[in-house]
Design a protein around this ligand. Structure first.
Ligand SMILES: [Zn+2]
Ligand SMILES: [Zn+2]
Ligand SMILES: [Zn+2]
Length: 149
């Protein structure tokens, strides 16, 4: 039986087999990574666009019940395109997050945050208080730095 079958995408596996498989997924790094990669692809995303499969799996997660990741208890990692920053959402009612520099699961180094660069670039354009000002649309997403790299 192939792995794809065992994840329950098709064929009949009984509950015991399924439970065994779920246990295995949690302990076997190879299969866990494989499973997460498949999930990312099933969501229509390309895992290679991300620093590692774990980050890809977490940030491409979409909950059917919550539109806002900050409202969803299952969402453990968020990505800010405008700062090119990954972080753990802080659920204090606001949009803040604790940014992280390494993948919590495999330790790979994540891209350097562009937060300072964002403020510096906008300051050079004459915006002193960009978070409260009417800044160019491109600065609300990854567009502003993608255009430069
Ligand atoms: Zn395995
Ligand atoms: Zn949710
Ligand atoms: Zn990782």
């Amino acid at each position: 039986m192939g792995y794809r079958d065992m994840v329950g995408l098709s064929v009949d596996v009984d509950e015991a087999q399924r439970a065994d498989w779920a246990d295995h997924l949690h302990t076997c790094r190879l299969c866990g990574d494989w499973y997460q990669e498949q999930q990312v692809r099933d969501r229509g995303d390309d895992p290679s666009r991300f620093p590692c499969v774990h980050i890809a799996y977490r940030v491409t997660f979409e909950c059917s019940e919550h539109d806002d990741p900050w409202d969803c208890p299952d969402c453990v990692l968020v990505y800010s395109g405008k700062f090119d920053e990954y972080g753990i959402p802080v659920r204090d009612g606001g949009p803040s997050m604790i940014s992280i520099q390494f993948c919590p699961w495999c330790g790979v180094e994540l891209p350097r945050s562009r937060r300072d660069q964002w403020f510096e670039t906008l300051a050079a354009l004459g915006y002193r208080d960009p978070e409260d000002e009417n800044i160019p649309e491109a600065f609300q997403s990854e567009e502003w730095w993608r255009a430069r790299t």
